[in-house]
Design a protein around this ligand. Structure first.
Ligand SMILES: Nc1ncnc2c1ncn2[C@@H]1O[C@H](COP(=O)(O)OP(=O)(O)OP(=O)(O)O)[C@@H](O)[C@H]1O
Ligand SMILES: [Mg+2]
Length: 316
């Protein structure tokens, strides 16, 4: 079982319109509501892969009720902490003529101290039966910047694997609790270490540095170039084939889901990397965010190459 944490939840509203004109009345052709937030993408992909998932985070007001009702996947159990404020809406206006989007992101409500305490109690219950906990995305207002550190420590003390996928100061603070795995992309690792990375050598050095600091699995995702992994078993590249990309939104979340599934099933590191690279690439072949088709995954599992670069960087 996998528990996912999404503190900054939202109802994602997709408006399909012919052509967006500012300061005009716009008629929307189609509306599609989904339960949004990066951890929800992780939940959907892991559930679609066949795992049982518990989704946690905050939900509030009538929007919160709608948000929870939109999570209909049979493998996902919801265990959201209910708050006074309303769950926010994020609106993506899709202009079909230009084939471009304009996004409106509501700021969201603030979380009170009591609500945060309630979440912590709910979280302790929600992770009991899971072997893997994933923590994704940003935090709403009112939450101390080091809160993920608390969540990681609780889960690790209960013997769980913890995968962290966030950015900026929140990531800097959280890694002090040594999650089992982090999955920065190249921008996030640059920002985290405050360095320039211009070559594979430098990228390996950066990931190795984080691994040496006590993070067992450091995955740097490289978009269409796949991923670099530094872990106890060695240094690996996961290389993905060229594909006709449809939509890459949620690829990083799908990769987190892939690693969560691999860890929860006890796959070897090489099997886990292959699975995570394949499932995240499969997400890029579908229009939906945080989704994949089984036939794409099956094909990609035969196409992804997992290459071991070395046992230890120091041996190069
Ligand atoms: N254009 C692409 N072609 C093939 N595979 C891709 C492509 N983009 C992403 N992927 C797959 O998805 C993985 C994660 O992608 P990426 O590095 O873009 O994550 P991210 O920047 O964290 O994304 P997100 O926007 O979801 O946070 C990659 O390692 C790769 O396996
Ligand atoms: Mg990401």
């Amino acid at each position: 079982m996998i528990t996912t944490v999404t503190l900054n939840t939202a109802i994602d509203k997709l408006y399909i319109i012919d052509s967006l004109l500012p300061y005009e009345v716009m008629r929307v052709n189609n509306v599609n509501n989904t339960a949004g937030g990066k951890g929800l993408n992780v939940s959907r992909v892991a559930a679609l892969a066949g795992e049982q998932v518990i989704s946690t985070g905050f939900a509030g007001g009538y929007n919160g009720q709608l948000f929870e009702s939109l999570i209909t996947e049979p493998n996902i159990t919801t265990a959201f902490t209910h708050i006074q404020g309303e769950t926010r809406c994020c609106i993506n206006v899709r202009d079909t003529a230009a084939n471009r989007s304009t996004e409106f992101l509501e700021p969201g409500c603030s979380i009170s101290k009591l609500e945060l305490e309630q979440f912590t109690k709910d979280y302790i219950k929600s992770i009991q039966d899971s072997s893997v906990v994933t923590i994704s995305g940003s935090m709403p207002k009112g939450i101390p910047v080091d809160f993920y550190k608390t969540l990681i420590t609780i889960a690790k003390d209960c013997g769980k694997y913890v995968i962290l996928d966030t950015s900026g100061q929140t990531l800097k603070e959280a890694i002090k609790a040594k999650p089992t795995m982090i999955k920065p992309n190249t921008d996030e690792i640059r920002q985290l270490l405050d360095i320039n990375i211009d070559s594979l050598e430098q990228l390996i050095d950066a990931a190795q540095h984080l691994h040496d600091s006590g993070i067992a699995i450091v995955v740097v995702s490289l978009g269409k170039k796949g991923a670099l992994v530094v872990c106890e078993e060695g240094i690996y590249e996961g290389i993905t084939p060229d594909i006709p990309v449809v939509n890459t939104v949620g690829c990083g979340d799908s990769m987190v889901a892939g690693f969560a599934v691999g860890l929860s099933r006890g796959y070897t590191m090489e099997e886990t990397i292959r699975f995570a690279v394949a499932i995240s690439t499969a997400n890029a072949l579908t229009m939906e965010t945080g989704s994949f088709r089984q036939k794409d995954l099956d094909w990609l599992l035969t196409q992804v190459e997992v290459r071991k670069l070395t046992d230890r960087k120091k041996a190069i």
